[in-house]
Design a protein around this ligand. Sequence first.
Ligand code: ATP
Ligand code: MG
Length: 388
Amino acid sequence: MSRSRARQLGNLPAEVTSFVGRRAEIAEVKRLLSRSRLVTLTGVGGVGKTRLALRVAEQARRSFADGVWLVELAKLQDMRLLPDLVASTLGIADQTVRDRVEVLADFLADRRLLLVLDHCEHLVPAVAQLVVELLPAAPGLRVLATSREDLQVFAEHLYPLAPLAVPAGQGPLGAAAGVRYPALALFAERAAAVDQGFAVSDANAVLVAGVCQRLEGIPLAIELAAARLRSLSLAQVAERLDDRFRLLSSGNRAALARHQTLRAAVDWSFELCTKPERLLWMRAFVFASSFDLPAAEGVCGGDGLPVDEVVEALTGLVAKSVLVPVTDRSRADDSLAGGDSTLGATGCWTRCASTGWIACAPSTPRIRGTASPWWTRRRCAAGTATPT
Ligand SMILES: Nc1ncnc2c1ncn2[C@@H]1O[C@H](COP(=O)(O)OP(=O)(O)OP(=O)(O)O)[C@@H](O)[C@H]1O
Ligand SMILES: [Mg+2]
């Protein structure tokens, strides 16, 4: 097949907005994809998994003579229809009653093709099953998946995607920060779309950096905040970040429904959680940032979440990218009264992937407006947590 024909094959959409940063990430995912037949980009909602996957796929086109194909799963509710959706995306016209997975396996058997399975988190068992059946049947197939939750299959190589870099600390910054830090660059790009001429300058760099830091470098949140410059000044956006659910409540109507507001993005993850995971998520917002297993058990266990089930709920929240393990001991020590002794005892510390997101987790009557919140009692008993 000629090179130009190979370039035509596939269905990747053209980018509608500018792409910022991620050079190292693109290189790393491409490297992983050259070694592993299944790579899953995981990470908190809005961190940029889809954008990164599409960039990588675009750049990897030449390696796949039979094309690079995006299968968009966000709107698929019935997981039994997954093989049909993949087949129709690939343009397979098979009107027989043959098993769809078999049809797919036959079609893919001698093809060299990259499947990008975008938004797998609500269909994890079905995607895992499909991939496990297709990979052995089709040696030229590679899969790049995006999911808030990993697929947990043997062949999977996980790539947890971090937010965009923001300046550390609160030191002086100049206009150059808008180039140096991708989070600031993204804010400036999106701000300029609604506030002509907006740019990171010596005068506003600290304020822009503050906004991006508060939003922890999450691209979706940064875009929603920048869109607010339509009607608010930068200082007003910065001031209102305490109530970010209200502030970040309108964005791009063309985006996925769950990307139109911050609440929708969080709710999507929340709906995918089990009941114990939801309870732990809501209760974990009493921690200022990081906490360990004994603290989670002491503070969050009970009242519908048995203490011996906390570890499983915690594991589930980590798998779903709601919580992330803390690997940097000094950061954990900073924010916890518990200190090293607990670290040694458990070896398992976790931190909110994005404190703000957790702190804004869907509230319940139990937490909202209770005169004497349940966690105040528990916090005193546990003694290791730092409440917000
Ligand atoms: N590197 C980037 N450059 C420019 N825009 C970005 C970048 N990364 C993400 N964005 C923008 O941020 C928003 C969220 O990104 P994206 O949809 O890739 O997140 P996601 O991790 O796939 O979210 P979800 O978990 O909901 O699927 C999108 O509007 C996207 O265009
Ligand atoms: Mg996505």
